[in-house]
Design a protein around this ligand. Structure first.
Ligand SMILES: C[S@@+](CC[C@H](N)C(=O)[O-])C[C@H]1O[C@@H](n2cnc3c(N)ncnc32)[C@H](O)[C@@H]1O
Length: 223
């Protein structure tokens, strides 16, 4: 049986070799991590919010481009955050061990937000209020860069969600907890959630098969 593990515990238990695993087993990881970083603002001192930052693979290239960026990273896996802190002891990094669903982000604070390979575990109903909170946290002209993998069909989206619900039922697991099981939305549903949350313009910037980079601008005009 596929035994479900709590989200943070799943990643804490796979720290050894995590970055190598991401870079060698995910198609096009060598392209989409730097590409994502290059989509973020290039001005000195830019303020960035990273949802599910993990060990910060997307930040490696970003800190080369904007060495004095002020980054807030939120993650459920405390040990992943520990690695990120060790990688960048001298950077302006505020790391928060929490769920991005419950952590307040503040208002009009960030030039941009980013999330890579983290949001494919949640439903559209869970994400829409999260994206509304994210939109409020961005400055006018700010934007969100989402790089993740998406279901290629609605059937795939439904099937993965049904599998998760069945596994939770079989294992007697509660609804109030996040377990690690991939349930990607289609890119169309992801973009609907962003629009319904209030983002003014939402577009796919780049495709690598199932993996895509989506840009969502808070206001009509964004960089
Ligand atoms: C596959 S890792 C990606 C980490 C990093 N962005 C990267 O691409 O290497 C997914 C991360 O999302 C985090 N995560 C998942 N759900 C979360 C939530 N609700 N709140 C905060 N972090 C979450 C996990 O703990 C994990 O570190």
């Amino acid at each position: 049986m596929n035994t479900l593990e709590k989200m943070g515990e799943f990643f804490n238990a796979r720290l050894d070799g995590y970055e190598e695993h991401q870079m060698t087993t995910i198609d096009f990881a060598d392209e989409f991590y730097p590409y994502t970083a290059e989509c973020l603002p290039k001005e000195a001192g830019s303020r960035i919010l990273d949802l599910g930052c993990g060990t910060g693979l997307e930040l490696d290239r970003y800190f080369e481009i904007v060495p004095d960026a002020k980054v807030t990273g939120i993650d459920l896996a405390e040990d992943m955050l520990g690695i990120l802190r060790k990688k960048y002891p001298d950077k302006d990094l505020r790391l928060i061990h929490a769920s991005y669903f419950t952590e307040p982000f503040g208002e009009n604070l960030f030039d941009a937000a980013v999330s890579v390979e983290s949001l494919h575990h949640f439903t559209k109903e869970e994400k829409t209020p999260l994206y509304a909170k994210l939109s409020r946290a961005l400055k006018d002209g700010g934007y969100f860069i989402l790089t993740d993998y998406f279901a290629l069909t609605e059937e795939e989206e439904k099937q993965r969600r049904t599998e998760l619900l069945n596994l939770k039922k079989e294992q007697g697991l509660s609804d109030g907890e996040f377990y690690h099981y991939d349930t990607p939305l289609t890119a169309e549903h992801e973009m609907e959630a962003l629009r319904e949350a209030g983002f003014a313009s939402v577009q796919v910037l780049k495709n690598w098969g199932a993996t895509k980079t989506i840009k969502a601008c808070k206001t009509d005009v964004c960089e």
